[in-house]
Ligand binder design. Structure first.
Ligand SMILES: CCCCCCCCCCCCCC(=O)SCCNC(=O)CCNC(=O)[C@H](O)C(C)(C)COP(=O)(O)OP(=O)(O)OC[C@H]1O[C@@H](n2cnc3c(N)ncnc32)[C@H](O)[C@@H]1OP(=O)(O)O
Length: 153
């Protein structure tokens, strides 16, 4: 099945969280399921916070990259365009908020589910949650902004 990240052109596929070209990264893959997007990810033993539980920074990065993928896909869809088609709609994180509702157990697959809350102008707001064994342990919001031509200047 085609993941949203499979459509990222190589020159924007180096992100530590979602870039297929980053051998050291998480290389998450996100799929559209109706109105929702879904990423499944199994943390490694070294992604530990307190023994037995997942490190919060990892969980935040899963929300982050799940959110930017959801945002890019939503904008393409809103414009009636094929994902990844040129000119490429590149999104970066403008803001990321994460609430850790419960400890996230380490040792199994996590499911991140998201949906678009708002899509307006150059900005897409995505809500996403992490589930461990069907239990919501993390809830977050990503404001993704279209990357300006002046990015980094
Ligand atoms: C399929 C193909 C896709 C391929 C691409 C996918 C690539 C994925 C790559 C992986 C990426 C992985 C993820 C990463 O790790 S990305 C790396 C971490 N992020 C960054 O480095 C971003 C650094 N910041 C910037 O470059 C600028 O500040 C940005 C670009 C974010 C905004 O710059 P600017 O302000 O000049 O833009 P604008 O005037 O057009 O504003 C646009 C809208 O955004 C609203 N806003 C702005 N800031 C915030 C804020 N803090 N909170 C809430 N909202 C904010 C703003 O009010 C406006 O909304 P509205 O007033 O119109 O309502």
């Amino acid at each position: 099945m085609q993941a949203i990240q499979d459509s990222y052109p190589d020159n924007v596929a180096h992100c530590y969280g979602c870039g297929s070209q980053n051998a050291h990264g998480h290389r998450i893959r996100t799929f559209q399921e109706g109105e929702e997007t879904v990423t499944r990810f199994t943390p490694e033993a070294y992604h530990t916070a307190i023994p037995g539980f997942v490190y919060g920074g990892l969980l935040a990065s899963l929300i982050d990259c799940h959110g930017t993928a959801t945002a890019a896909a939503a904008r393409y869809r809103a414009e009636g365009r094929e994902i990844g088609s040129a000119p490429v709609l590149r999104f970066v994180t403008a803001s990321l908020s994460v609430s850790f509702l419960k400890p996230t157990p380490l040792g199994g697959e996590l499911e991140i589910r998201g949906r678009v809350k708002e899509l307006r102008g150059r900005k897409v707001i995505v809500e996403a949650s992490v589930f461990a064994d069907g239990v919501e342990t993390v809830r977050g919001e990503v404001v993704a902004a279209e990357m300006p031509a002046s990015f980094g200047n």
